[in-house]
Design a protein. Structure first.
Length: 360
């Protein structure tokens, strides 16, 4: 891809300058977790801030908003993805109701900064890309519906330091084109995503995560629309380095994404599960070395004993044997075959352990 001069009068960012950034800021062992607020605020600035406050206590790393400027991205001809709204006559009217001013977006970003949450946003027009640059947002998520919007991708490439690309509705060939536009200009990552709301287990596509890693050699994550925590936990074990999931205060709330979102309490549970999975993946178990279990193996181990009073000279059969805790008080249970057919040197009482010195 031919390098361009900056669309906004900025010099083009070169790969050599960005590769270090990619390694330091994105490619880390910790799974990066993003709570997608989307339109859950219902156009209420107060509600948007309330989500930030609520999520700050869950352990999530970032919150993501969608920045809509209706006149720039939509028209009265746009249909509803799902007919949910009693308040909006058209989809464009709905986007208008979701709008915030640049000053309000700056306030939301500042609130995130104060709560140690990274502010991430999805633009849907060149105007919204410009707004995000104006408020200093340099971490941008490209929604799956924008992957073939090469004009928007070109604007994002020139203004964002970090870009997350959703693969939702895209073929690998379409992703190739988008990646070629972005990867030389920003720290790029890609999310396996299924554009279904909610997405059932047969649609998760966990097998795609290693495919994307191998194909693009960038961090790869998972974008979830299930409505519970299971898909993200599964993706974490499948190698996802980023997890994005929709959030809501209550799944019964009004809005197009409520049924495919998790609530704030579930976010806390999800993050706890993800952090435990990280630890598990960082400590592979060596089944060749069980030395740490030596004490337990003695406690739970068994030694051979007899199950009846037996006289001197009795020839032991399998029907004479029992195994009793702990290990080390008689011949090991695993060696029972070595006593079969052996004679007793002396009488043994019922439940006595059998030692090598007891046998002829």
């Amino acid at each position: 891809m031919k390098k361009r001069s900056g669309i906004f009068g900025m010099p083009s960012k070169k790969l050599s300058e960005r590769s270090v950034l990619m390694h330091n800021e994105i490619s880390i062992k910790k799974i990066f977790t993003i709570a997608e607020i989307g339109q859950a605020h219902e156009g209420s600035l107060g509600m948007a801030h309330a989500y930030i406050d609520a999520l700050a206590g869950t352990g999530v790393d970032a919150v993501k908003f969608q920045v809509h400027i209706a006149a720039a991205e939509s028209s009265i001809h746009e249909p509803f993805r799902t007919k949910f709204s009693y308040a909006d006559a058209t989809r464009m009217a709905y986007w208008q109701r979701m709008e915030f001013s640049a000053e309000q977006w700056a306030g939301l970003k500042k609130h995130c900064d104060e709560k140690n949450l990274e502010f991430i946003a999805s633009p849907f027009s060149m105007a919204s890309v410009k707004l995000l640059r104006q408020i200093g947002c340099d971490h941008i998520k490209i929604g799956s519906g924008e992957v073939e919007n090469h004009l928007l991708l070109s604007h994002v490439a020139e203004s964002a330091r970090k870009v997350i690309l959703s693969s939702g509705m895209s073929s690998l060939a379409e992703l190739d084109s988008a990646v070629n536009i972005l990867r030389d200009y920003c720290a790029l990552s890609i999310l396996q995503c299924t554009s279904s709301y909610p997405a059932g287990p047969h649609q998760w596509g966990l097998n795609v995560i290693p495919v994307l890693k191998d194909r693009y050699q960038v961090p790869v994550g998972f974008s979830d629309h299930l409505g519970n925590i299971f898909a993200c936990l599964a993706a974490a074990t499948a190698g996802a380095e980023i997890l994005e999931f929709h959030v809501t205060f209550d799944q019964r709330m009004f809005g197009p994404d409520s049924s495919s979102s998790i609530n704030i309490d579930q976010v806390t549970q999800l993050i706890e599960g993800v952090r435990q999975i990280e630890i598990a993946l960082s400590y592979p178990v060596d089944k060749h070395d069980q030395s740490e279990y030596a004490t337990l193996k003695t406690i739970f181990g068994k030694s051979l004993a007899i199950n009846n009073d037996l006289p001197q000279g009795h020839i032991l059969t399998i029907d004479d044997l029992e195994t009793k805790k702990p290990a080390g008080y008689g011949i090991a249970a695993s060696h029972f075959e070595c006593v079969l057919g052996k004679s007793l040197k002396h009488d043994l009482a019922k439940w006595d352990f059998i030692k090598t010195s007891d046998l002829i």
